[in-house]
Every structure is written in C-alpha cells, then in structure tokens.
Design a protein around this ligand. Structure first.
Ligand code: NAD
Length: 420
C-alpha cells in the first residue's frame, strides 16, 4: 500500500469540495455550514438469524443529507468498509448530483457493514428485510427513496419493497428504485448510470477533440456500472476496451477485447482475471496505463496526489463516487486532463431512478426509447451547464459542477427560508 499525504476520509473530502465551491460563490458562512452538515442520521444495530442458528448483530446507517429541493434519494451499500463518514459523504454527493442533473430530489444514502460475499441468499434476505424495517421510520415514496449501490441489486430492492409493502398492507412500488421490471422497475435502469456516463464521455470527447471511435479505455471495477459502461462504449461508440478489473485484479490487452465476452467469463469463473489473450495488471497499475479514457467504477479514494502525476488518459470519467481527492484534482487539472466529476458523470443512474419513481407514481410506463432519449437530453444539458460554468469561472470541472449544484440548492433555501 502506497502512503498518500492527503486525507482519504470521504466526508472530509466532501466538505473540502463544498468549501472550494462555496468560496468561488461567495457564500455566506452560515449557509455554508448548513450545506456542510447532514440534516438527519439514523444508526441501527439489529439482529439477524444466521444459517448456523446463531444470532449476529449488524450495524447500518441511513443519512438524509439535504432535502431543500425535494425528497431524499440515494442508494444502499453493503460492504465491510461501510462507515458513518462514508455514508455521510455519499449522501452529500447525492445532494449535489441531483442538483447538478436538475432533478427534484435531495440527497441521502444508506449502508450496512457486512460482507455479502460470505453470506447466503437467505442471510442476505433476512438482513435486508430487518434493515428495511429499521429504517422504515424515515423512508417512503414521498420522503426518502433508496436504490442499489455497491453489492446491492434489484433483488435487494425487491425485498425492501416487499417489507415496506407488507407493513403498509398494500404494494408500495415507489418506495425504492432499481426494482425488477415486474414489480414496477423501469426499462433501462440497469444500464442507466453507464449510458449516462457514455453520453457525458461523448460530450467531453467533443470538447477535447477525442473521437470515441477507436479511443482506448481502461475501466476499474467491472460491476454494474463498469461492465455496462465498457459494453456501451464498445458497442455504441466503437471504442477499444483494453483493460478492466474487479476486486481480484485486472486484465490488459493492447489489442482490446469484447467486454461481453469478459462478462460471460466472469459469470462462469467469478473474476475477469484469467480472460484468454490478456495479461494480468493490478488495480493500481490499470489506472496508469497509456489509454485515452480512464474510468474508475469501483470505490472512492483511488486517484490521489501519489498517482495523479502518472495518469495518462485525456479524460477521466468517474463512474464511482468520490474516486479522486481534491489534491489529485488539482494535479490532473494542471496537467490538462479533463475529469468528468462523479456528480455529473454517473448522474444517469439517479436520473432514470427518478423516471422509475415518476412511472410508479403515475402508474404509466415508458418505452426504453422514451427512457434513453430523456436521459440523453438531461445528460447533455447537465454537461453543458457545467462546461459553461467552467469556461465562465475558469475553474476545473468538479468545481464547476459543485458551483452549479450548490447555487441551485442555495436558491431553494432563498425561497424556502430557514425554519422557523
Ligand atoms: P457493483 O457492486 O455492481 O460493482 C463494484 C465492482 O467493483 C465489482 O466488480 C467489484 O469486484 C469491484 N471492486 C470492489 N472492490 C474493488 C477494488 N478494491 N478494486 C477494484 N475493483 C473493486 O457496484 P456498482 O453499482 O457498479 O457501483 C460502483 C461504483 O459506482 C460505486 O462507487 C457506486 O457508488 C457508484 N455508482 C453506482 C450507481 C448505480 O446505479 N449502481 C450509480 C452511481 C454511482
């Protein structure tokens, strides 16, 4: 493990990002303090009967960061490294993401400290249902709507929807998004984050004069976001996917490969590592490969002042939330590398979650074409809003995105006022 100088605490990073944009916006210090703190935090410790008959106590969180613009919205993460500060940071980033995309939600996030890879399906179901029950006092279609994140998926959302519905006595599809289609999911939600990222990368490519056709791409994290992104860039933009990785390591081939074949291989063997015709690289080395586009799609804090000087891509597309530290941002900006910040790059996920919720509330379903076209419109407008701010204020893309987002939330406070 390489030692880095800066903090990797995600909530410290999130607060520094707010400070940076707040200064540029000349924000009042009281309002800045409001924006730097979550509105509500719920910590729950709850028992689950494991398959061996023993009872284990799990700890989970739901942080509701800010709802100045609309109901709280944000995913649920299952991971052994979940902490209150991580959930706070993720809920904070959700607030800016919804604001930058221009959708009528605030930000929230949840998490449970667990290792889902070592749990049976039955254990995961019992843990999910009990966690849903514990946080049911603050979630609901009109107040806070969870969605999938790392190591949670449409099955997890179905269990949460069922748990809440059983307690209400009737089906509540609008309580979560990212559900299976048959219980009110939206067409296109599974690939939405990645499709949005592809549109953002295409717009960025136009600005830095990089044609996506034949452009080389390295993707860290071959999960929901990373695998769909690799497929869409390969199939729809003609880009050359040369490296991908998962928690076990990465693969690299200068000639490139079809990510659909890698996905089939991973489904059979459990990892991308060992895919024929490629050589193994570490997750760290993957980021420094000589490629045009680097797409971190796993966890936070992986681009730091230590490795930023060695990144060779022209574009960094942040599928993951919080992959880059503020110090690394400065280095990448000075080196002329265009970072499409997480709150913009991966905002397609929450955008189609919003579409799903709208469809649930109106009980009217859209075609995949409707979803993709509306998503493209929202991504392109958001990208251009951020780009115009970057040009006008001569700041990097992250600060520009934060300035757009924070200005919007501040405007909501101006209208609503501070209660009482
Ligand atoms: P996922 O669980 O589907 O995939 C995560 C992938 O990362 C897996 O392939 C896993 O093997 C890999 N991974 C785990 N630890 C790693 C490590 N140390 N090094 C490299 N790879 C590692 O999760 P996901 O939903 O694809 O989320 C990935 C990132 O995208 C997260 O930061 C998440 O917050 C963000 N995100 C997800 C969505 C969404 O719609 N799912 C939306 C916006 C942002």
């Amino acid at each position: 493990m390489v030692k880095v100088k800066e903090t990797l605490n995600p909530f410290d990073i999130a607060r520094e990002q707010i400070d940076r944009a707040g200064k540029k916006l000349n924000l009042d210090s009281g309002l800045l303090e409001v924006l730097k703190n979550p509105r509500r935090e719920l910590t729950v410790h709850f028992p689950v009967k494991m398959d061996d008959g023993k009872v284990r106590v799990f700890t989970g969180y739901r942080v509701q960061y800010n709802d100045a613009i609309g109901p709280f919205k944000g995913g649920i993460r299952y991971h052994w490294n979940v902490s209150l500060d991580e959930v706070r940071a993720l809920s904070c980033w959700m607030t800016w993401k919804c604001a930058v995309m221009g959708i009528p939600y605030g930000g929230a996030k949840g998490g449970v400290i667990c290792n889902p890879k070592e749990m049976s399906k039955g254990e995961l179901e019992r843990m999910t249902r009990r966690y849903a029950s514990e946080i049911s006092i603050i979630i609901g279609p009109e107040k806070d709507i969870p969605a999938p994140d790392v190591y949670t998926d449409s099955q997890t959302m179905a269990w949460i929807m069922d748990t809440i519905s059983m307690n209400k006595g009737f089906a509540q599809p609008g309580v979560v998004t990212g559900k299976p289609l048959v219980i009110g999911g939206s067409l296109g939600r599974d690939e939405a984050t990645s499709r949005g990222m592809m549109y953002a990368t295409r717009e960025a490519g136009k600005k830095v004069k990089l044609s996506l056709k034949g452009a080389t791409v390295a993707v860290q994290g071959f999960g929901n976001v990373g695998s769909h992104y690799a497929r869409l860039m390969h199939d729809e933009q003609g880009s050359k996917i040369v490296a991908v990785s998962d928690s076990r390591g990465g693969i690299y081939s200068e000639k490139g490969f079809d990510p659909k074949e890698v996905l089939a291989f991973k489904e059979k063997t459990g990892s991308v590592v060992g895919f024929p015709g490629t050589r193994e690289v570490t997750n760290e080395d993957l980021l420094e490969l000589p490629v045009d586009i680097v797409a971190p799609c796993a966890l936070e804090g992986i681009l730091t002042s230590e490795n930023a000087p060695r990144i060779k891509g022209k574009i960094v597309a942040e599928g993951a939330n919080g992959p880059t530290t503020p110090e690394a941002d400065d280095i990448l900006h000075k080196r002329g590398i265009l970072v499409i910040p997480d709150i913009l790059a991966n905002g397609g996920g929450v955008t189609v979650s919003y579409f799903e919720w709208v469809q649930n509330l109106s009980e009217f379903f859209w075609t995949k074409k409707d979803v993709d076209e509306k998503l493209e419109g929202i991504m392109v407008s958001a990208f251009n809003r951020v780009w115009d701010m970057r040009e006008a204020k001569k700041v990097d893309m992250r600060q520009a995105a934060y300035m757009v987002a924070i200005a919007r939330v501040v405007e909501a406070y101006k209208w609503r006022g501070i209660f009482p």
